[in-house]
Structure formats: structure tokens, C-alpha cells
Design a protein around this ligand. Structure first.
Ligand SMILES: Cc1ncc(COP(=O)(O)O)c(C=O)c1O
Length: 402
């Protein structure tokens, strides 16, 4: 047999349950355009344009110099677990034990995969919003579970409404995944809706995975961080918080995140994680500990910059005839509706990229509910956002004539 057939014939059936990431495909297409010398508007990826703050880098380098080059504990180094527990208490008002409730993960994404592997049996149903960050659907599928996608609507700011979740709960439902602030929409769940979701989770004995990676990039009025379902009475014992350093600290390349859950649920997670990455690089954990427990002004600066960019993007989009956009209350995404232009989201995204060098992601990448939309990640510079909306207005005007 030719070598080229080995992967095809011997690959696991699991491979057929997940697609290649639609976002990574845009990433590759952008690289080709840039090699051709095109000036691309980078709205394709949720990676901030900022550098990691210097004091975090310095602490990591110091740790490496000290010789922190060996395996860390499976749960993470104590200094970082302590900082994560303190931060979670600050964000949710709930006491968290650093020794038993925290695991440092290789990015929030490891937390998502480990959570599904630790709690989802083959055939179990997992509630996820549609559209949603596409890794949830894939991680549920990899664990053998059945993703049950719940419609969310632009006119309801893409909230995962408890009443719609209730309609889809069956005896096979095991887990609800909440992402707030959300990717790709920037939606933030209200406290009232979180309370209604919590009631459902308690009534039907469900695990809740609460992805809070954008919780500090929040533009709402009721506090500095987006509300967390973990804070609701009765929820700390059944919720896994997923969070990380990629967004608020511009540390996506460091691959560092965490889970917080009850001591018992954490043991389940720990058992799986012993066979995934074992532990995260020791010296980067010391850098991150300095980040979480030290001066937070770099996070404030980032949030201020995203607030300014959000204004440019939302006002710019709303000024384009035919475009509507729900108010994003968190993260750094806008999810404009471009269905009035009569093309699919993939056709529109390809047209914008190839003809006008504007890199977005087709809404359909995030689920059928994303059709008719584009995801704009305004995690690029303010100047690029300004140029981008001007170019987009022109490109969509041209599209109307095609
Ligand atoms: C909602 C959400 N969760 C998790 C992640 C992954 O974060 P990390 O880089 O920490 O794996 C992302 C990245 O885009 C995200 O949007």
C-alpha cells in the first residue's frame, strides 16, 4: 500500500466527528495574500495586538534562570494556584481552595477538552449555544458526546436563553456550556438568565462548564467583570470555570489557562489531565503568577483600548446600509448581520478577503446559527479598525452591485 493511503485507511473514526478549524484556514489564506504584498485588515483571529507585559516576561526569565526547568505538580505550581484562587474569589465572591480546586492547564482549550473527557459519556447530550466558539462542539464530539445546539438570536443579543435550553433537556443531557462574554458574538449573559440556567442545572443534575476567558474584557455597567454562574448559590459544586491568560494578558503563545471546580470534580479533571499535558511548563507558570498577583494596569489598558475599538467598529458597521449588529458587551468580537447582501457568510467572507484584503471569519464556522453573519475580531490596532470599517463600507457597496 502506498504510504499516502496509511492515514486515510488507518485513521481513527474519531477524526470524522470533527472538522479542521475554519479559523485556521483563514489564517493560512491571509499568509498567502501577505506574501503577495497585500495590505490585509486582520480581523480574523482572536489574538490581541499587544505584547505580554514586561514584568510577566521578567518573572518567567527569572524563574528559568533559577532552574525551574523540571516537571511541575500536575495541578500547577503553588504560587500560580494561589493567585488563580485569589483572582476567582475576587471575581465571584466565592472562596476557592488553591490546593484542591485549581488546575493550571495548557490554555483554556485544554480545560475544555479535559472537562468533556472527564464528564461526558458516549451518547451524553451537551447543550451549547449556536453560534459558539467551535471548539466546544468538537471537544464534545471527541469525547463521544452529542452536541445539542440551542438557537440564539441577534435581537436577543445572542443570549443562551434558559427557556430555550429547557425545551432541549432530555434524560441524556449531562452538561451545559456557557461562554460569557461570548465568542463569536461578544454577548454577555445577564445575571437573571444565569440564575434561570442555574435552576435548570440544579433541577436536572447537570454539570455547567462556564467559559470566562473574556470575563475581564467587559463593557457592561454592573461591575468590573462579567457575571459568573459560579457565584450563584448551589452552583460552585457543579460548575467548572474555564479561564486563561491568552486574552486579558496577551499571552496566547504561552499556552496557559486554568480550571476551578469543586475538590471532587477537580479530581476527575486531574485524572484526565495526567494523560494530556501532565503539567504546564514550570517557568512560564511563575511568570503568570507574577501577572495575576502583580500590577493589573496592563489589563486595564487593554480593556480601555478594546472599548475604543468596539466603538469604532460598532458605529462604523451601523453606518453601512444593509448591515445590522447586536451590541457586543464583552470580549473583542462583533458579529454583523450581512444577510441583506444576498450571499452566504462564506461567500461574503471569501469575497472580502480575496477582493478587498479584509480578513474576517464566516459566521457559519461557528454553527448554523452564524449563517448570514461575519465575525470581526477587533483585536488589531485602533488605526487598523478605522481603516477596516472604511474599506468594509466600500467593499459591501461594491458587493451590492455584483
Ligand atoms: C471562548 C474561548 N474559550 C477558550 C479559548 C482558548 O483559549 P486558550 O488560548 O487559553 O486556549 C478561546 C480562544 O479563542 C475562546 O474564544
Amino acid at each position: 500500500m502506498a504510504d499516502s493511503k496509511i492515514a486515510e485507511t488507518l485513521g481513527s473514526a474519531r477524526l470524522d466527528t470533527v472538522p479542521f478549524s475554519g479559523i485556521r484556514k483563514v489564517f493560512d489564506a491571509v499568509r498567502v495574500l501577505e506574501e503577495q504584498g497585500r495590505d490585509v485588515i486582520h480581523w480574523q483571529i482572536g489574538r490581541t495586538d499587544f505584547d505580554t507585559p514586561d514584568h510577566i516576561k521578567a518573572a518567567a526569565m527569572e524563574s528559568m534562570k533559577r532552574g525551574d526547568v523540571h516537571y511541575a505538580p500536575n495541578r500547577g505550581v503553588p504560587a500560580l494556584r494561589k493567585a488563580i484562587a485569589a483572582r476567582t474569589t475576587m471575581d465571584t465572591g466565592i472562596d476557592v481552595a488553591e490546593d484542591t480546586q485549581v488546575i493550571v492547564m495548557a490554555g483554556a482549550n485544554e480545560g475544555v477538552l479535559v472537562s468533556t473527557m472527564a464528564f461526558v459519556n458516549p451518547g451524553d447530550e451537551v447543550i451549547i449555544p449556536n453560534p459558539n466558539w467551535h471548539h466546544y462542539k468538537s471537544c464534545v464530539s471527541l469525547a463521544g458526546g452529542v452536541p445539542v445546539e440551542i438557537e440564539t438570536r441577534e435581537e436577543e443579543n445572542f443570549s443562551l436563553l434558559a427557556e430555550r435550553v429547557a425545551e432541549k433537556i432530555t434524560p441524556r443531557t449531562k452538561m451545559i456550556c456557557v461562554t460569557s462574554p461570548g465568542n463569536p458574538t461578544g454577548c454577555v449573559e445577564s445575571k437573571e438568565n444565569l440564575e434561570a440556567l442555574a435552576k435548570l442545572a440544579i433541577k436536572h443534575n447537570l454539570v455547567v462548564v462556564s467559559d470566562e476567558i473574556y470575563n475581564r474584557i467587559y463593557f457592561g455597567t454592573d461591575g468590573e467583570v462579567a457575571p459568573s454562574i459560579y457565584a450563584i448559590p448551589g452552583m460552585a459544586e457543579r460548575t467548572i470555570i474555564i479561564n486563561g491568560f491568552s486574552k486579558a494578558y496577551s499571552m496566547d503563545g504561552w499556552r496557559l489557562g486554568w480550571t476551578v471546580a469543586s475538590p471532587e470534580m477537580t479530581m476527575n479533571l486531574l485524572k484526565i489531565r495526567q494523560y494530556t499535558t501532565v503539567c504546564v511548563n514550570t517557568f512560564i507558570q511563575h511568570g503568570a503568577a507574577a501577572g495575576l498577583s502583580g500590577d493589573q494596569s496592563a489589563v486595564d489598558e487593554r480593556v480601555d483600548a478594546f472599548r475604543e475599538r468596539r466603538k469604532i467598529i460598532v458605529e462604523g458597521l451601523r453606518a453601512i446600509p444593509g448591515v445590522t449588529v447586536a451590541e457586543p458587551l464583552g470580549a473583542f468580537y462583533a458579529f454583523p448581520n450581512i444577510s441583506a447582501f444576498g450571499k452566504s457568510s462564506q461567500e461574503t467572507a471569501s469575497y472580502l478577503l480575496q477582493e478587498h484584503a479584509i480578513a474576517t471569519v464566516a459566521g457559519s464556522v461557528f454553527g448554523s446559527g452564524g449563517e448570514g453573519h461575519l465575525r470581526i475580531a477587533y483585536s488589531c490596532s485602533t488605526e487598523e479598525c478605522e481603516r477596516g470599517v472604511e474599506r468594509l463600507a466600500h467593499a459591501l457597496k461594491q458587493l451590492k452591485k455584483l
